[in-house]
Design a protein around this ligand. Structure first.
Ligand SMILES: Nc1nc2c(ncn2[C@@H]2O[C@H](COP(=O)(O)OP(=O)(O)OP(=O)(O)O)[C@@H](O)[C@H]2O)c(=O)[nH]1
Ligand SMILES: [Mg+2]
Length: 317
């Protein structure tokens, strides 16, 4: 008898589904954390600063009878910069292309104008099923949650549509995350798998590395600074003259900020902050790539890059 990986076996007689679900919502609603929880691995960075995600990130959930491709999108907000406008455009293009939309609303915050604004736009997308995902349920009691569920149901009715489902989840508390996948899968079209088995994301390694550095750099910075940070990996090369059993990957990356005055904050007294960012992100990068890394970080000023089309292009937006 041979041992086989049951999880990738399709039960006889059932059809296979594959397709795309995107998570949309206000900044900080918990979209990326939920994406990671569903995939079972960190494919998107998260932080308690709003507007952490800056491009769509695909996370892939493999099941015996389905492949669910999650598209985590930047939080939709009132844009104040060219970057903000670009991010909102990305979200709108994405939700027009997916099979099901998951609208994320945090359980611990009353519905606000930002949520209504998004819901109104979703109401205009008639063909695509819309699932309301109530996130962060670990932060509220059952009464607050019940009120939120009613308010969301009401919001749909006001705007003239029915939610395909309203699902409370906690990505941090691992509550109902699997159930959400169970509910999304039947909304996908019949299709063979779209990605190779085992792929958890389609993010290029270089982008994931840059994102892990940005995540570490975001921690503990305040006010406008999180928005000013961008990271570009310039080079990733195996160090020459290393014995085969002790490889080392050299990574050169630039952390961009918008003004010279921000440089000191990122670098910190005697360079301590930058050093900590390096240590923290290097550990994560090593875990991701499975190889020891030498990380060389530099801080550079790209003046007002969020508003400058040329700089945005250079930084990949
Ligand atoms: N307690 C709790 N916190 C959560 C949960 N999900 C997310 N968070 C926290 O909420 C904050 C925002 O999470 P993200 O996943 O980065 O939110 P996002 O919607 O992707 O944000 P943007 O990318 O900025 O649009 C982080 O501090 C998370 O740790 C949850 O289920 N429970
Ligand atoms: Mg995010």
């Amino acid at each position: 008898m041979s041992v086989r990986n049951q999880s990738s076996e399709q039960p006889a007689g059932t059809l296979h589904r594959a397709g795309f679900a995107c998570f949309v919502g206000r900044p900080n609603a918990g979209k990326s954390t939920l994406t990671n929880a569903l995939v079972g691995k960190k494919v998107a960075i998260t932080s308690n600063r709003p507007q952490t995600t800056r491009h769509t990130v695909r996370g892939i959930v493999h099941r015996p009878d389905a492949q669910l491709i999650l598209v985590d999108t930047p939080g939709l907000h009132k844009p104040r910069t060219l970057l903000g406008e670009r991010l909102n455009d990305v979200v709108r293009t994405t939700w027009a292309e997916v099979d099901v939309i998951g609208f994320c609303l945090p359980a611990n915050e009353k519905l606000g104008p930002g949520d209504r604004f998004i819901a109104k736009e979703l109401a205009g997308i008639k063909r695509t099923p819309k699932v309301a995902v109530v996130t962060k349920t670990d932060l509220v009691d059952s009464k607050t949650l019940a009120e939120q569920l009613i308010a969301i149901d009401q919001l749909g009715k006001e705007l003239g549509f029915e939610w395909a489902e309203i699902v409370p989840v906690s990505a941090v508390g691992d509550q109902q995350v699997e159930l959400l996948a169970d509910l999304l899968v039947p909304m996908l079209p019949e299709s063979p798998a779209l990605y190779p088995e085992g792929d958890l994301t389609d993010e290029p390694e270089q982008v994931m590395v840059a994102e892990l550095i940005r995540e570490a750099a975001l921690e503990g910075v305040r006010d406008e600074l999180p928005h000013s940070i961008a990271v570009v990996v310039e080079e990733m090369l195996p160090r020459e003259d290393r014995p085969a059993e002790r490889p080392l990957l050299d990574i050169h990356a630039n952390i961009y900020i918008e003004r010279p005055s921000q440089k000191g904050i990122i670098i910190g007294p005697k360079g301590k902050r930058l050093k900590d960012v390096g240590i923290k992100s290097r550990k994560q990068i090593e875990a991701l790539l499975g190889t020891p890394v030498f990380l060389d970080l530099h801080v550079k000023v790209a003046k007002d890059w969020q508003r400058d089309p040329k700089q945005l292009r250079k930084l990949g937006f």
